[in-house]
Design a protein around this ligand. Sequence first.
Ligand SMILES: NC(=O)C1=CN([C@@H]2O[C@H](COP(=O)(O)OP(=O)(O)OC[C@H]3O[C@@H](n4cnc5c(N)ncnc54)[C@H](OP(=O)(O)O)[C@@H]3O)[C@@H](O)[C@H]2O)C=CC1
Ligand SMILES: O=C(O)C1=N[C@H](C(=O)O)C[C@H](O)C1
Length: 264
Amino acid sequence: MTINIIVAGPRGKMGSEAINMINKEENFRLIACIDRKNGGKSLEDIENQPALNIPVFEDVEACFESVNADVFIDLTIPEVGFLHTLAAIKHNIRPVVGTSGFTSEQISELTALAKEKNIGAIIAPNFAIGAVLMMKFSQMAAKYFPDIEIIEKHHDNKLDAPSGTAIKTAELIRESRSIKKQGHPNERETINGARGAEFDGMRIHSVRLPGLVAHQEVIFGSKGQLLTIKHDSFNRGSFMEGIKFSIEKVMDLDELVYGLENIL
Ligand SMILES: NC(=O)C1=CN([C@@H]2O[C@H](COP(=O)(O)OP(=O)(O)OC[C@H]3O[C@@H](n4cnc5c(N)ncnc54)[C@H](OP(=O)(O)O)[C@@H]3O)[C@@H](O)[C@H]2O)C=CC1
Ligand SMILES: O=C(O)C1=N[C@H](C(=O)O)C[C@H](O)C1
């Protein structure tokens, strides 16, 4: 069966890599793109993209009404990605969302809408299988080591902090860790933010530097020992297996799944 796909964010680092992956798969067919700068032009006019000769829309509604798609992939920015995803579900097009930075309220709203429409959807904070394992291993370790610092490191073009992966890691850890406020009860910051963001008593630190792609370590401290669980994405190819898997999997779902750990 051929799966007809729309991609939003085709000029982006992830969008362009995803298009290359889609074009290599026999059962995937890219049928349109959503792009804020190149609406109305053919994708062949877009820099760094092969000549695909498919329609490119600026307006999401116009796109969803004009083409007959099975799956919509969003790799843009949180504000726009949320509206795109909402529109996709309303049009019965299954979303696969990589865009990070959605609030938990937005995820709940999308979950409720997908349930109402009985349609599959996937929001994946991280498509790299190694990162999903890193999160699950961290969840397991947190049962025994409740003192945890999450350090995520990304390229300096990243808009959201902390990363979607760090938030998802903290959410998974919360399910297995006994409630604990870490550090000294009287600790105080002499410079704001020195101890990082607080999540359920844990700390999350966001590093942004040129040269980085996407990296995270979760450090567990205990008497006389440290456990570090670490994952590195050195390039965006690391996310493509997860996107490919999600495009196929979302066709069989009838609800929204938040996190690949729930379906791998
Ligand atoms: N889940 C996962 O595994 C991964 C998720 N991500 C997430 O994917 C998203 C994209 O990342 P990345 O490709 O690195 O980012 P880029 O900045 O390279 O690409 C973002 C794309 O979105 C487009 N865009 C921005 N604003 C709008 C708008 N208002 N309407 C339509 N399109 C818009 C940009 O166009 P323009 O050039 O005009 O701004 C650009 O093409 C991020 O949220 C990131 O966190 C990234 C890697 C892995
Ligand atoms: O912006 C990125 O690059 C990435 N974003 C996702 C996140 O916020 O966790 C996934 C990955 O870390 C790369």
